[in-house]
Design a protein around this ligand. Structure first.
Ligand code: SAM
Length: 193
């Protein structure tokens, strides 16, 4: 599809900056995802990296909930697992490495309440393929939360990403947010999926 950002992979060195205390001040996870998460939910964090969002998500869903964390970078998954263990959150987080075009989560079809894509969608090499998998994984009232950094994704590229999601049947539930640093959208699952 035209207008999408050029896919690329976040270098490992950048992952260290993504868990820095400074980021917690500039981009508190509670503000990023908190409004969409309730205790007991199953949340899928795609492109979890070192777990900047997965770990707070695991606290938010509580001991009745779970977080499925996936990343194409196995070293990021290993690191997240270690951080989850240290934080005492391993029981709530299932972290796995995936393939660029396959999340490897087919067995969770219809079980996910919320999918979070934090600074990740612009790295996808197959966004339509991701949308098909996401639709299958979500419960009927499931949501897809996309947050992109303005430094990497311009508003036209974000519009192209959302158009791709729309073509897969996702519907925007609120008007997209164009913040100072972020572009964000909350999408509902396609009816037919
Ligand atoms: C910029 S990092 C963001 C990490 C994390 N969400 C955060 O906010 O700290 C993007 C992540 O997406 C992962 N990624 C890229 N393509 C992916 C794909 N097709 N499936 C799953 N993860 C992917 C990268 O390995 C990287 O960890």
């Amino acid at each position: 599809m035209e207008g999408l950002p050029q896919p690329h992979r976040c270098p490992m060195i950048v992952q260290y900056f993504l868990i820095s205390p400074l980021r917690r001040l500039l981009e508190p996870p509670k503000k990023l995802v908190g409004p969409y998460v309730k205790p007991g939910m199953t949340v899928l964090d795609v492109g979890c990296g070192f777990g900047y969002v997965s770990l707070p998500l695991a606290r938010m869903v509580g001991d009745q909930g779970r977080v499925l964390s996936v990343d194409v970078e196995p070293r990021a998954v290993t690191r997240l697992k270690r951080r989850a263990r240290k934080a005492g959150l391993s029981a709530r987080i299932r972290a796995t490495a995936c393939q660029p075009r396959d999340l490897g989560l087919a067995k969770f079809a219809g079980q996910v309440d919320l999918i979070t894509l934090i600074h990740t969608m612009h790295e996808f090499e197959d966004l339509p393929g991701f949308c098909t998998q996401a639709a299958a994984l979500l419960k009927p009232a499931g949501r897809l939360l996309v947050i992109e950094p303005k430094g990497h994704v311009n508003p036209d590229q974000f519009a192209a990403e959302l158009e791709c999601c729309r073509q897969a049947g996702f519907a925007e539930l609120d008007p997209p947010v164009k913040g100072r640093k972020h572009l964000a959208a909350l999408l509902g699952k396609p009816f037919a999926a």
